[in-house]
Design a protein around this ligand. Structure first.
Ligand code: PBG
Length: 333
């Protein structure tokens, strides 16, 4: 049917000049879509490069405030903080994860005192605190225990909420943790603290630089994180995870990693029509940086294209290590 209409229909007419390309443009990337992940470490005036994550450093809380200020100046609305915990504090029960004087709550308090308007997202999972690098507590057979872990995740989430986090972000993939945390928030007067659920978090090979950044101990055993994170082959299962997290009280759902999982993002956004975030993860960012360093892609153009593709697929929110660079580029357009 279509071919009969040529030459009356010529789609290239709407691509002929800039004004019409702009007018028919369906999606745009905006600085208000971005969340910037930052790695933090104990100490004072510390700033350590992360080799596999070019342009990123691990910062102590005093320096974190400078990074946060840059975000605020560029119009970025929120940041996500991830701690590197000294290995001496890792133990069988990940006790440091719910220490009210721990690194994360101290960082949240400092951020909120200085930049009350800047959104702060915290990671709820035990991998930074366990002796084996798993997101939950393992038994002597190396099995990650669901309900024992949930009890600790609740404590961790409460400590973050108490410190003033706007959203806690469970990235652990235990069953039932969203409902458990939502209940605990209701019971403890944190009814306005949000939950961003990593609903569709896959066992991925693209998390490598993140694990360098957090110094995660990697003693993951035979199955790695396969007994709790999603199989990259599955999409129906991601749909189920998202449905459960929404039913349990998640305010925002997330799909992670980003570009290789755009079909999952599109499906979840289309079916649930809930606020949906995409995580452009460390390995994806590192690949682009490495290609750019070799002169194989134009980084600025490729990163803007990447962000736009997330929007087209349905992301309302994009977590990216490129957020500062993208915000700067958007100012120059
Ligand atoms: C830990 C966590 C991970 C990431 C975010 N939270 C690593 C993992 O699951 O092993 C990865 C993020 C990235 O690669 O950018 N719960």
């Amino acid at each position: 049917m279509y071919h009969n209409q040529f030459p009356y229909i010529r789609l290239r007419r709407n691509r002929k000049s800039q004004f019409i390309r702009d007018l028919v443009e369906e999606n745009q990337i905006n600085v208000t879509d971005l969340v910037y992940p930052i790695f933090i470490v104990d100490g004072y005036e510390r700033e350590e490069p992360i080799l596999s994550l070019p342009s990123h450093v691990r910062v102590s809380v005093d320096r974190l405030l400078y990074v946060a200020e840059k975000c605020v100046m560029l119009g970025i609305r929120a940041i996500a903080i991830f701690p590197m915990i000294e290995t001496s504090k890792d133990d069988l029960l990940a006790l440091e994860s719910n220490n009210p004087e721990g690194l994360v709550p101290r960082a949240v308090r400092a951020l909120k005192a200085r930049f009350p308007e800047l959104g702060v997202f915290t990671d709820v999972a035990l991998d930074a605190y366990t002796h084996d690098g798993h997101d939950g507590i393992s038994n002597e057979n190396g099995e990650v225990l669901n309900d024992v872990t949930n009890a600790l995740l609740i404590k961790q989430a409460l400590v973050h909420a108490e410190a003033g986090a706007d959203f806690v972000c469970p990235s652990d993939m235990m069953d039932g943790r969203i409902g458990a945390i939502r209940n605990a928030f209701e019971e403890n007067d944190f009814r306005d603290t949000g939950i961003l659920a990593y609903s569709a978090k896959y066992v991925s090979n693209f998390y490598g630089p993140f694990r360098e950044a957090t110094g995660a101990v990697s003693n993951l055993g035979k199955f790695g994180k396969k007994t709790y994170q999603l199989n990259p082959a599955n999409s129906d299962e991601a749909f189920h995870e998202a449905a459960l997290d929404i039913a349990e009280g998640a305010d925002i759902i997330m799909v992670k990693p980003g570009l290789p999982y755009l079909d999952v993002l599109y499906r979840i956004k289309t079916e649930f029509k809930k606020p949906t975030a995409a995580y452009h993860v460390s390995g994806e960012y590192a690949m682009l940086k490495a290609a750019a360093q070799n002169g194989w892609v134009n980084y600025d153009k490729a990163i803007l294209e990447t962000m736009l593709c997330f929007k087209r697929a349905g992301a309302d929110i994009i977590w990216s290590y490129a957020a500062l660079e993208v915000a700067t580029l958007l100012k120059q357009l």
